[in-house]
Design a protein around this ligand. Structure first.
Ligand code: SF4
Length: 495
């Protein structure tokens, strides 16, 4: 069992930021005009998927690659002059989040390498746990690594296979995919062509659209919101294991790996992807409202109002309020201009951190029995402070409802989800967490309730972080069928 003092202090991360982070957003476009301004706007719409670094690579002429990437948000890294210099009608872009240890410019993407067959540029969303084995193999062939992150390993593997296949891109991509055990969605420039690639489990999302306003061409992106922003119409999700060649006048499936058992990351629907993103034919906003409705039926409570923790709990709270017949009220106002705040050394200043981000609306909360709704609880420390803040604003009761089952295990597949000792539900029962956060009651959606809301069966999803069973082998963990995988769990090292 965890020691609350330890969880609140020594083990806290560098930043006061409890939410999980997806590691990346990717985009690739082929147009009838310079692509960089469009990629820039698409990246802005994917900023929520990665806020530490970003970059764009364009294909100028037949083979020349031009790249600009740096630490910072999209509008900090790019200005009109930089975008203008990135000539070419085909390009890829990337927004990246990382752990603080990996937050360096050399890890920014796209990753570019030169091979005997020309330049290769890769934008990757995901994580590949069998990187160590591949590094050993490539080092034995004389390759040196500069960053050592899994994306560099993939791009070097691609270069190696491209040589082996005498410049045949599709052969190189297929053989590379056959070596990767993990989650990946790629936007890839290789040999003067743009490809979109999705892992055979479909863990990470990737969709394709056609430009229908202004410029002509095609776009692939992590989320459909990027299509909306550049004036493209959603065509479809890329299939698990599919390799699509993207040109301005057509998209074409050029290979498809034998389908593995599907394992979409359920967290994309619950939290990562924007509510206005379409995934697998459903709008995320609707999925989240459905989670709230199911949770209201599973865990009802006598209350006066339903209040979301903004922004993540908003859609869930709307669903809960509808099903419970309670008023939905914005009782916490979010400061949109705070990005991340450092962990402060004293408790008093920590409270200020939360207050800086959220301001309780006393005239809404005072005297009320409040259902407080969020999408997930990771460490529990932030929820504890929010509950106290709502009480301090005069709420009579605070009942916390959570739109994701307890998170009991790390993510090794592309999410910044650390180790079990940082996950409160890996160490405490629901009742103990309820006491720790100071709520009058605490309830999470059930596993079955979640799967019903998503419209998938359990074995069509990755549920590693809520079951401890993963779709691909992770050393020291269990597979979905319960088989134990030997070895010590790796420290997650994402793109
Ligand atoms: S372990 Fe959890 S967060 Fe990671 S890919 Fe699987 S479902 Fe998503």
């Amino acid at each position: 069992m965890g020691n609350p003092a330890t969880m609140d202090q020594a083990d806290e991360p560098l930043f006061e930021d409890e939410k999980f982070h997806d590691h990346c957003g990717i985009v690739g476009m082929a147009l009838d005009q310079d692509v960089a301004p469009f990629v820039y706007f698409a990246l802005q719409s994917l900023q929520h998927r990665g806020q530490e670094s970003c970059g764009i690579t364009t294909l100028d002429g037949l083979y020349e690659l031009k790249t600009h990437k740096a630490m910072g948000l999209v509008d900090q890294v790019f200005d009109p002059a930089t975008v203008k210099k990135l000539k070419g009608s085909t390009g890829i872009g990337h927004t990246r989040y990382s752990t603080s240890a990996g937050s360096t410019e050399e890890n920014a993407q796209p990753q570019v390498v030169m091979s005997a067959q020309g330049g290769i540029a890769l934008a990757h969303n995901g994580n590949i746990p069998n990187t160590d084995e591949l590094v050993t193999e490539l080092k034995a062939k004389g390759w040196a690594f500069s960053s050592g992150n899994d994306t560099e390993v993939v791009v070097r593997l691609l270069a190696n296979k491209l040589t082996k296949h005498n410049g045949n891109h599709i052969g190189a991509i297929q053989e590379t995919m056959s070596r990767l055990q993990g989650s990946y969605a790629f936007a890839l420039l290789i040999g003067g062509e743009l490809y979109a690639v999705r892992d055979p489990w479909g863990i990470k999302p990737l969709c394709v659209g056609q430009m229908t306003k202004g410029a002509k061409g095609h776009i692939v992106a992590s989320e459909s919101v990027a299509l909306d922003v550049v004036g493209a119409t959603f065509l479809r999700d890329i299939k698990p294991g599919e390799v699509v060649r993207v040109r301005k006048d057509k998209i074409e499936t050029v290979a498809i790996l034998p389908a593995a058992k599907p394992a979409r990351c359920f967290f994309e629907y619950v939290y990562f992807a924007r509510p206005d993103a379409w995934m697998d034919g459903r709008l995320n906003q609707e999925v989240r409202e459905s989670i709230g409705r199911i949770l209201a039926k599973e865990s009802p409570v006598e209350a006066d109002i339903v209040v979301p923790v903004p922004d993540s709990g908003r859609s869930h709270a709307q669903g809960y309020a509808q099903a419970a017949g309670l008023p939905y009220q914005e009782g916490l106002m979010k400061n949109r201009y705070v990005h991340r705040t450092f962990i402060m050394p004293t408790q008093e200043i920590r409270e200020l951190n939360v207050r800086l981000k959220l301001n309780p609306m006393k005239h809404i909360l005072a005297g009320k029995r409040v259902v407080l709704m969020d999408d997930s609880i990771v460490r529990g420390t932030t929820m504890k402070r929010i509950v106290q803040m709502v009480r301090d604003a005069g709420a009579k009761e605070v009942h916390v409802r959570v739109g994701c089952p307890p998170i009991v295990a790390p993510c090794y597949l592309g999410i910044d989800m650390n180790t079990r000792d940082q996950l409160v539900a890996a160490q405490k029962s629901v009742k103990e967490i309820e006491t720790m956060i100071g709520a009058d009651s605490l309830a999470y959606i059930s596993h079955q309730g979640l799967y019903t809301a998503l419209g998938f069966k359990e074995d069509e999803l990755c549920t590693g972080c809520i079951t401890g069973k993963y779709p691909v082998p992770v050393a020291g963990e269990h597979l979905r069928d319960g088989t134990a995988v030997p070895g010590t769990p790796p420290v997650p090292t994402c793109c």
